[in-house]
Structure formats: structure tokens, C-alpha cells
Design a protein around this ligand. Structure first.
Ligand SMILES: Nc1ncnc2c1ncn2[C@@H]1O[C@H](COP(=O)(O)OP(=O)(O)OP(=O)(O)O)[C@@H](O)[C@H]1O
Ligand SMILES: [Mg+2]
Length: 252
């Protein structure tokens, strides 16, 4: 279970998170929605150790994540697909995936390369590769191709698959559907439901509140760095404030 307790983050004089708290229970798909600039990406960055908390705490079960750099949070079971994919375009699809199982890759892709050969012989890497190829047959077909030559949707699949290669306990995703055609958005969201059904815990940040709440178990609404509304996905879909502000619906 992931617990964020009163997370406070500022960038210089800009306060991005003001004592934001949330919980993601094991096996849940939870979505975090909110307007541009609300602090959603900052919260995911804080959980994964990309930005530091000024105060507050973050726990994954009984392990404290706050204060740890991102390569250590990955090792503790946190998978993160940040905004904008960040795959290595000049490397093959397969090498991008293999890097995913090397914990420090996010920090140091060059040293990670040295480990690719060694990791490839590890049984867990082989079986994780088989798992992600089962989830994303297109990546299996394209495994030798340069990652930069994949389409936008395929690159997003690669980014998710790469995070899965580290066998995370919880997966954080920041707007995985950004820039994708509606049918691909549907595919990505369906995939998240499938991963949740297979036992993965997921925290999803998504612009399309309606689509996210339709697949989520629970949701949180963030405004100006604070969590202002929380509830089951069904409650949020029926909440007048949520409907007006995020679902584009007028309240009768
Ligand atoms: N590196 C940074 N330096 C200074 N300010 C930042 C930085 N990153 C984010 N901010 C500010 O912090 C606030 C929260 O930004 P954040 O990216 O977390 O919002 P968001 O909810 O993810 O927005 P969006 O939906 O547009 O992605 C914004 O006011 C933003 O301008
Ligand atoms: Mg963002």
C-alpha cells in the first residue's frame, strides 16, 4: 500500500504541493485528476524521488520512500512512466526493455548498457520479456527496430512495458494517453484495467477525467496543490463539483 502524508513541495517561491495526502491500497486502480498546474506531476515526481519533499512523508508498505532518490524507489518496487515517455530513441525496442530491468537505468543509461548482456541471461529478465511481449505483441514484432521509429502509441506502450520490466509492486503513470488518438487511448486504458485485474496496483494521472474515472476504483481531485475531493470512482462521477469542473457537464 502507498501512503502519501501531507506532502509539501515548492520550487523556489512556487508552492506546488500543500500538504497533499492520498492512499493507494494493494490491487487498486486509483486516479488523480485536476486542472493544468494543479500539482499532479509534482506529486508523482515526489513519490518516485525525482523531487524532494519540504515536509511530509511517503510510505510503500513499511518502507519510507520520502528522501530516497529515484533509483532507490525503483528498487523498492515503484514503477514510473513519466509525462512524455522518455524512451531511448537510438536504442532498439528490446534494449529499452532490458534497461527497464536494470534498476539504475533512469539515472545512468550508459553504465546500464554494460549490464545488458549480463541481465539478458537472468531468468527473470527472460520471463519479464515474455510477459511484456504477451501484453504488447507489437513490441515483440518490433523488438529489433529503433525505439525512436515507433509510432507515438507504440512508444507509449514501450514506456509502460519498460516500467513493467522491473516487476514493480505499484505503477505510476502520468498522462499515458497524451497525444494519442482516441482508439489508442481506449487501448491503453483497457490495458491498465487488465494489469490491475492481474494484481498490479496503479496510480494514474489523466487529463480525461471521465475516461479515467470510468476505469478506476477510486479517485482524488487535486486543486492548487491540495486534495479537495476524494471518493469511489462512482461517487466522483456523480459529484456535482466534479461534473461541472472536470467532466464538462452542467448540473441540472
Ligand atoms: N521545475 C519547476 N520549476 C518551477 N515550477 C514548477 C516546476 N515544475 C512544476 N512547477 C509549477 O508547479 C505547479 C504544479 O505543476 P505540475 O506540473 O505538478 O502540474 P500538473 O497538475 O501536472 O499540470 P498538467 O496537467 O499541466 O501536467 C505549476 O504551477 C508549475 O508551474
Ligand atoms: Mg502534469
Amino acid at each position: 500500500m502507498l501512503r502519501v502524508e501531507k506532502a509539501f513541495v515548492s520550487y523556489g517561491r512556487v508552492t506546488a504541493l500543500r500538504e497533499a495526502s492520498l492512499v493507494v491500497n494493494d490491487g487498486e486502480l486509483v486516479t488523480l485528476i485536476g486542472a493544468n498546474g494543479a500539482g499532479k506531476s509534482t506529486l508523482l515526481n515526489a513519490i518516485s524521488g525525482v523531487v524532494r519533499l519540504k515536509s511530509g512523508d511517503i510510505w510503500l508498505d513499511d518502507r519510507r520512500l520520502s528522501g530516497l532518490p529515484s533509483h532507490k524507489t525503483i528498487r523498492l518496487g515503484l514503477g514510473y512512466v513519466p509525462e512524455g515517455r522518455r524512451i531511448f530513441g537510438d536504442m532498439s525496442v528490446r534494449d529499452n526493455l532490458t534497461l527497464g530491468s536494470y534498476f539504475e537505468c533512469a539515472r545512468n543509461p550508459l553504465s546500464a548498457l554494460l549490464y545488458v548482456g549480463w541481465f539478458l541471461r537472468r531468468p527473470s529478465v527472460q520471463s519479464n520479456l515474455e510477459t511484456v511481449f504477451r501484453l504488447f505483441p507489437i513490441l515483440k514484432e518490433r523488438q529489433k527496430q529503433k525505439a525512436g521509429s515507433l509510432s507515438g502509441g507504440e512508444q507509449q506502450m514501450l514506456a509502460i512495458a519498460r516500467a513493467l520490466m522491473a516487476s514493480p509492486q505499484i505503477l505510476l503513470l502520468d498522462e499515458p494517453s497524451l497525444g494519442l488518438a482516441p482508439t489508442l487511448v481506449k487501448d491503453i486504458l483497457k490495458l491498465l484495467v487488465r494489469l490491475r485485474d492481474e494484481g498490479l496496483t496503479i496510480l494514474l494521472v489523466e487529463q480525461d477525467a471521465n475516461a479515467a474515472l470510468k476505469i478506476a476504483d477510486r479517485g482524488y481531485v487535486m486543486e492548487r496543490g491540495m486534495i479537495t475531493i476524494e471518493g469511489t470512482a462512482r461517487e466522483l462521477l456523480g459529484d456535482d463539483r466534479v461534473r461541472q469542473a472536470y467532466l464538462g457537464k452542467t448540473v441540472a
